[in-house]
Write a protein that binds this ligand. Structure first.
Ligand SMILES: [Zn+2]
Length: 115
């Protein structure tokens, strides 16, 4: 399952981050930024996360998912717009070949530490 490998990669990154923190630091929350083009089923991701962290050191870690809508930018007139229904042509000047500037994210947005 694709989502499980995402979870384990996130936990790997957290392990690395934790090594850079003072001894005894506890992460309480992790925020993931998931673009709509990332091909991730958010419900699956939440479920997979719960399964993976159960009975581990990460059991009390809260997962928050921030979903990012697809945004395009026009190379001609620099208009930025949200691509509704996969319509990616520029609404201002009609340019068809616009650039995706958001929506492909799959990354850790933030980590909260238990004080
Ligand atoms: Zn344009």
């Amino acid at each position: 399952m694709h989502e499980l490998s995402i979870v384990s990669s996130v936990l790997d990154q957290l392990e690395d981050l934790k090594k850079q923190q003072p001894e005894g630091t506890v992460f309480s929350k992790v925020g993931l930024r998931v673009g709509e083009l990332a091909g991730v089923d958010v419900d699956c991701l939440r479920f997979g996360f719960e399964c993976v962290v159960k009975d581990t050191n990460w059991e009390h870690l809260v997962l928050e998912i921030e979903q990012v809508a697809r945004r395009q930018q026009c190379p001609g007139c620099k208009e930025e717009f949200q691509a509704e229904n996969w319509a990616t042509a520029c609404p201002k000047c009609g340019e068809a070949a616009t650039i995706t500037i958001a929506g492909e994210e799959l990354q850790i947005a933030y980590v909260e530490v238990d004080e």
